[in-house]
Design a protein around this ligand. Structure first.
Ligand SMILES: Nc1ncnc2c1ncn2[C@@H]1O[C@H](COP(=O)(O)OP(=O)(O)OP(=O)(O)O)[C@@H](O)[C@H]1O
Ligand SMILES: [Mg+2]
Length: 258
């Protein structure tokens, strides 16, 4: 059953008399529990689309529904977890205390769902941070902080995670390692994820679907289903099929340069 439905969505930004057409006629449908990557040139509207789905940006035309709700309605029901480029941690709180933040916010809203929450220590172990549970967030490296952000999002109870280039500030080796950890944690949780990346490798490794976008105005160039078996392991990157998908995305991105 379709969970996230984006129909004929267009978005214009108006500033100082100038109008930017950010998105044009976007049509996309995703099932619950799908890992979707959005890939495309800078400025093609990936972040805007993510913000629209998350109820943070209004649309000018079209309709977006999340399980039948408007994005704003879904947001009020705490359906979204955001993972931005740099993790929004409290530096003077411990890693474990930072894991509690989504639940503190919920409690203020009179929400008592936090009782059957997942064990935050197990979540931290699954991203390789079992030894840093009681460290202050400010004592962690950038990559470690980003892993706390990911573990926190998966433990937050939100069924949809919106991840906007969460690895872009990391070095190549850390980034590769974290992508495997994200793969593992996603495969054990199967949340619906919209993941913005500029990495073809990450898109293929992680996704069920890759949405290739073209620039100005942002449009959907192609939706590619990644039919690689799961669970996936690092070796999959050496397979012919993996390379085939990477080439297919690259070709689709290049087509738009012409
Ligand atoms: N708040 C805003 N006000 C005016 N224009 C905006 C605003 N947000 C985005 N835009 C414009 O909309 C277009 C799409 O921007 P967006 O940030 O969604 O692109 P992106 O694909 O995420 O790019 P990048 O890969 O560089 O992050 C750009 O032309 C940008 O200048
Ligand atoms: Mg962006």
């Amino acid at each position: 059953m379709t969970y996230i439905k984006i129909q004929q969505v267009s978005k214009f930004f108006k500033r100082r008399g100038q109008v930017t057409e950010a998105l044009r006629d976007i049509n996309l449908e995703f099932q619950q529990g799908t890992f979707v990557s959005l890939i495309g040139p800078s400025g093609c509207g990936k972040s805007t689309l993510l913000r629209i789905v998350g109820g943070l940006t209004e649309i000018d035309q079209g309709e977006v529904t999340i399980g039948g709700l408007s994005p704003g309605g879904a947001q009020r029901q705490k359906q979204f977890g955001f993972v931005p480029q740099s993790p929004a941690l409290f530096p003077w709180r411990t890693v474990l205390e930072n894991m509690n933040v989504p639940f503190e916010v919920n409690r203020k809203g009179g929400d008592a769902e936090s009782e059957n929450r997942e064990d935050p220590i197990e979540l931290l172990q699954s991203v390789g941070l079992g030894d840093f549970v009681h460290s202050y967030a400010k004592e962690l490296s950038g990559g470690m902080q980003q892993r706390v952000g990911i573990a926190r999002a998966f433990g937050s109870g939100a069924p949809i995670l919106l991840m906007d280039e969460p690895f872009s500030a990391l070095d190549e080796i850390t980034r590769e390692r974290i992508s495997y950890q994200l793969l593992d944690i996603w495969e054990s949780h199967q949340k619906t994820v919209l993941f913005v990346t500029h990495s073809l490798r990450e898109a293929v490794l992680l996704s069920d679907k890759v949405v290739v976008m073209s620039a100005r105005p942002g449009q959907v160039a192609k939706v590619i289903d990644i039919n690689l078996p799961r669970p996936r392991q690092a070796e999959i990157e050496d397979s012919e099929q993996f390379h085939y998908y990477v080439s297919e995305i690259r070709a689709s991105l290049r087509e738009r340069w012409k």
